[in-house]
Design a protein around this ligand. Structure first.
Ligand code: HEM
Length: 448
C-alpha cells in the first residue's frame, strides 16, 4: 500500500534551513524534531532537502530491511573513486559485501589486540610518563596517536610514526567530502592530494614488507595477501590497498573521539573516577592487563558504554532507498538518500531513564537499558554494523585504564564544559586539554 501524505518539513531559517542546528548539535536537533514531527521528517540545507528517519522503529529498519531496500553504493561513489577500488567494503552490494566482510572479520576483532597488548600498555604508559607535572596536554592529539599506533601494530605489525598527520588529513577529508556533504572540490586541492599520495605510499610499503616476510605475525595483511577476491583472483593493486587502509581510516574516525569524551566524563566526576581507579589498580596489581581483565572492569565498561550512548559520533547513517516502502505513515520513495538517525533512541526517556544524565549503571544488570532491540546503536545496526566494535571498545578501555593507573590528571577548571566540534564528524574540541598533576608511583594499594 502506498500512502500519499506529505512528509513534514522541520522549521528552519529562510536560506540556511536547518544548517545551523545540524552543524551545532545534529542529534539534539534530530531528537527534538522527532518529538515534534514523529519518526519521519525532512530537513533543509542550502540546495538540498533530506529525509530523516528516527526512533526505535527507524533503527529497527536497519535490522529488518536487507540490501534489497537499503544500499550504500549509490551514495558512496566518491569512496570508490578515492580508493581507486571497486571492492571497497562499505560500497559493496550483496553477495560480494558478505563475502569480503566474512573474509576480513577474523583479523579485525577484539582478539586482534591480544598479542600486542603488553606493548600497547607500555606505549601508553611511556606516553603519559613523559608528561611533566603541571604540563597541559592536548587530549585529541594523544588519543589519536595512541589509537592509530595500537591498531596499526596489532592488525598490520607496522609503526605509524611520522605518517600520522597525512593519515588524519586524508581520513577527515575523505569522510568530509565522501560522506558528510563537504564540497567535492576539496578533494582536488594539493594538500589533500599530497596526503593521499603519502598515505598510499605508506600502505604500499606495508604490503611490500609483508610480501617479503609472508606470515611473520599472521596478521590482517597476511590474511589479505593469501585471500582471493570473490571471482577467485589474488587481491592486488588498489583493491588490496583499499583493504589495507580500512583499519587506519576507521581507527582515526571514532575511537580517539570517544576516548577523549571518556576522559572528560571521568575527570568531571570524582566519585566515578575513584570507582574506575579502584578496579583498574586491582587489575594491574594482579599482573599484566589482558582482554579478559578488561572485560571484568564493570565501572570502566559502564562508563565506556555510557560515552558511546551520550556521544553518538556516528549518530545518523546515510542510506540509499533502492525500493519504495511505507514507514511511519509515509511512503519512502525509491531513488533518494535518507539518514537513519540512529543516535536519537539514545536520548528517549521511554528507553533510557533520565537520558541526559551520565549514568554508567544503566548498563548493569538488571537495568540493562540498552538491551531492547534497536535501542543502542553506536556501531550502526543490522548486517552493516561496525566490523570491529569489540576491538574499538577494548582499545578505549585499555587506553583509559593504563592512563588512569599511571597519572593524575585534571580538567582546566572544575566546571570546564567540553565543546563538541564537527570536523567533519562530531568530536571533542581539538583544543581540549588536561593538566598533568603528577605520576601515581608507587601506585596506592587497591581498595575495593
Ligand atoms: C569504538 C569505536 C567505533 C565506533 C563507534 C564505530 C562505529 C562504526 C559505524 C557507525 C560504522 C558504520 C555502520 C553503518 O554504516 O551501518 C562502522 C563501520 C566500520 N567500522 Fe567501526 N567503529 C569503531 C571502531 C572501529 C575500529 C577500531 C575499526 C577497525 C580497526 C572499525 C572498522 C570498521 C569497518 C571496517 C567498518 C565498515 C563495515 C562494513 O561496511 O561492513 N571500527 N563503524
Amino acid at each position: 500500500m502506498t500512502i500519499q501524505r506529505e512528509i513534514p518539513i522541520a522549521k528552519g531559517l529562510p536560506f540556511l534551513g536547518n544548517t545551523l542546528s545540524l552543524t551545532s548539535d545534529a542529534i539534539g536537533f534530530m531528537t527534538r524534531a522527532y518529538h515534534e514531527y514523529g519518526s519521519v521528517y525532512r530537513v533543509r540545507v542550502p540546495g538540498r532537502e533530506l529525509t530523516i528517519l528516527a526512533g526505535i522503529e527507524a533503527n529497527q529498519l536497519l535490522i529488518d530491511l536487507g540490501d534489497e531496500y537499503l544500499k550504500l553504493r549509490p551514495i558512496y561513489g566518491t569512496l570508490v573513486e578515492e580508493t581507486g577500488s571497486d571492492l571497497y567494503l562499505p560500497t559493496l552490494d550483496e553477495p560480494e559485501y558478505s563475502y569480503y566482510r566474512r573474509m576480513i572479520k577474523p583479523r579485525l576483532s577484539r582478539e586482534t589486540l591480544v598479542d600486542y597488548l603488553p606493548q600497547a600498555v607500555q606505549l601508553i604508559s611511556d606516553t603519559v610518563q613523559r608528561w611533566q607535572p603541571n604540563e597541559s596536554v592536548r587530549v585529541q592529539d594523544v588519543m589519536t596517536r595512541l589509537c592509530v599506533e595500537i591498531i596499526s601494530h596489532s592488525a598490520e605489525n607496522t609503526e605509524v610514526g611520522e605518517e600520522l598527520a597525512s593519515i588524519i588529513f586524508f581520513t577527515n577529508r575523505l569522510i568530509g567530502s565522501g560522506v558528510a556533504f563537504q564540497p567535492a572540490f576539496l578533494l582536488k586541492l594539493p594538500n589533500y592530494q599530497r596526503a593521499k599520495h603519502r598515505f598510499e605510499a605508506f600502505l604500499q610499503r606495508i604490503v611490500d614488507q609483508h610480501t617479503a616476510k609472508p606470515g611473520e605475525k599472521d596478521d590482517y595483511v597476511d590474511l589479505l595477501l593469501r585471500s582471493k577476491s570473490s571471482d577467485g583472483k589474488q587481491l592486488s593493486g588498489h583493491d588490496l590497498l583499499a583493504y589495507v587502509h580500512l583499519p587506519f581510516v576507521n581507527g582515526v574516525a571514532y575511537a580517539p573521539r570517544l576516548s577523549g569524551y571518556l576522559l572528560y566524563e571521568l575527570l568531571r566526576s570524582p566519585e566515578l573516577l575513584a570507582k574506575v581507579r579502584a578496579e583498574v589498580d586491582a587489575v594491574f596489581a594482579e599482573g599484566e592487563l589482558t582482554v579478559g581483565s578488561l572485560r571484568r572492569m564493570r565501572w570502566l565498561y559502564g562508563a565506556c558504554m555510557e560515552v558511546l550512548r551520550m556521544y553518538p559520533v556516528a549518530g545518523a547513517l546515510p542510506r540509499y532507498i533502492a525500493k519504495t516502502f511505507d514507514f511511519g505513515g509515509y511512503t519512502i520513495e525509491a531513488g533518494q538518500q535518507v539518514f537513519i538517525a540512529t543516535g536519537v533512541t539514545h536520548f528517549l526517556p521511554a528507553i533510557y531513564r533520565d537520558p541526559y544524565r551520565f549514568d554508567p549503571e544503566r548498563f548493569f544488570e538488571p537495568r540493562s537499558e540498552h538491551q531492547q532491540s534497536g535501542a543502542f546503536a553506536p556501531y550502526g545496526l543490522g548486517s552493516r554494523t561496525c566490523l570491529s566494535a569489540g576491538m574499538g571498545e577494548a582499545l578505549i578501555m585499555l587506553i583509559m585504564a593504563t592512563m588512569l593507573h599511571h597519572v593524575n590528571l585534571e580538567l582546566p577548571t572544575p566546571d570546564y564544559k567540553l565543546k563538541t566540534k564537527i570536523a567533519p564528524i562530531p568530536g571533542p574540541d581539538s583544543r581540549f586539554e588536561v593538566r598533568m598533576l603528577g605520576r601515581r608511583s608507587p601506585v596506592p594499594a587497591p581498595q575495593m
